[in-house]
Design a protein around this ligand. Structure first.
Ligand code: NAD
Ligand code: IPM
Ligand code: MN
Length: 347
């Protein structure tokens, strides 16, 4: 029998609530399989920062490296200065564990309500670069608080970093039936980074002659997300564009409560980390009404990443069946988790 060693970081706000349900479904799907799962929970987030001033101590980071994968809820709290936990915990994890592929699939499941009048079939995946761009933290401010303030946020794009994510996106496009890759940037304005991305896509593309490539400026991409999202198959883009596009992608496929993601280290030099796309939702935290589906689908991505493809499919099928029957009535967090766990157990 196989054993899995998972690290769990519930984090802040609704993180705890949705992770609890994700783990219920994980336990249910693995109960039938010959897989033992051990979890270690880490109390990182606002509470720890208030108590100790720590966001992600090196000792904890080292322990996390020893796990097969990480499940994260959400980070960020209104009582902590904005950026402290987001940068010091979440982005530090993505950077230190080399999560250069931030994988964000979007699928409109049957029966799910969308704000689009003519959605067509929506089934694409955004390969968002995860370790570079404006997220690096390169920049600074001068004369802060004065009328002469200058604030710079530098977008860092390296040939190495762009090539490895572009290569990953081509491989994913090639493995899908439609074999289509759209790269999104803004090379009409951001000429330095934009042209590095363009040249990289063109060069790597010669190795994937069967993949059809097209390009959209990011502003135009947002139009097509709303007017014709069925045109997309695999999208590759930088860290910030990918962040924004994937909240929009969530909105057109049933809402942020359904959007899953994986922070993937394709070289497997460190554990990958799976988390819902949404944040800590302080506006609904503690009420038991957060939708845990995004976390459950992130658990499916975790299973898939660890080679448990049958179990991953069972989780996705359970979600799909549940969504088809859900209807407009609002259900509580635990009720959705229980229903999904029962479905995977009964499958
Ligand atoms: P958010 O995603 O937390 O919330 C946006 C809106 O979506 C809110 O109205 C919220 O109630 C709703 N929502 C989110 N998740 C939901 C769910 N599972 N079910 C139902 N409704 C849900 O984004 P925000 O308000 O911009 O950010 C709040 C905090 O979370 C900030 O501190 C931000 O930095 C942080 N954040 C963290 C992550 C992450 O951990 N990956 C992602 C985004 C934002
Ligand atoms: C996300 C979040 C994060 C991001 C923040 C909280 C750092 O918005 O996971 O989408 O921008 O990547
Ligand atoms: Mn985001």
């Amino acid at each position: 029998s196989r054993s899995l060693n998972l690290a769990v970081i519930p984090g802040d706000g609704i993180g705890d609530e949705v992770v609890t349900e994700g783990l219920k479904v994980l336990d249910a799907v693995l109960a039938g399989a010959d897989v033992k799962v051990g979890t270690t929970t880490y109390d990182l987030g606002a509470r720890r920062w208030h108590a100790t001033g720590e966001t992600l101590p090196d000792t904890v980071l080292d322990e996390l490296r020893g796990h097969d994968a990480i499940l994260l809820g959400a980070v960020g709290d209104p009582g902590v200065p904005s950026g402290v936990l987001e940068r010091g915990l979440l982005l530090k994890l993505r950077f230190e564990l080399d999560h250069y592929v931030n994988l964000r699939p979007s699928r409109l499941f049957p029966g799910v309500e969308t704000p689009l009048a003519n959605p067509g079939t929506i089934d694409f995946v955004v390969v968002r670069e995860g370790t570079e761009g404006p997220y690096v933290g390169n920049g600074g401010a001068l004369r802060v608080g004065t009328a002469q303030e200058i604030a710079n946020e530098v977008s860092v794009n390296t040939a190495f970093g762009v090539e490895r994510v572009v290569r990953d996106a081509f491989a994913r496009a090639q493995a899908r039936p439609r074999k289509k890759l759209t790269y999104v940037h803004k090379h009409n304005v951001l000429v330095h980074a934009g042209h590095l991305w363009r040249r990289t896509v063109e060069r790597v593309g010669t190795e994937y002659p069967d993949v059809a490539v097209d390009y959209l400026h990011v502003d135009a991409a947002t139009i097509f997300f709303v007017t014709g999202p069925s045109r997309f198959d695999v999208i590759v883009t930088d860290n910030l564009f990918g962040d924004i596009l994937t909240d929009l992608a969530a909105a057109i496929t049933g809402g942020i409560g359904l959007a899953a993601s994986g922070n993937v280290n394709p070289d497997r030099t460190a554990p990958s980390m799976f988390e819902p796309v949404h944040g800590s939702a302080p506006d609904i935290a503690g009420q038991g009404i957060a939708d845990p589906t995004a976390t459950v689908l992130s658990v499916a991505m975790l299973l898939e990443h660890l080679g448990l493809t049958v179990e991953a499919s069972r989780v996705v099928d359970a979600v799909s069946a549940d969504l088809a029957e859900r209807g407009p009535a609002k259900r509580r967090t635990a009720d959705i988790g229980d229903a999904l766990a029962a479905r995977v157990a009964g499958a």
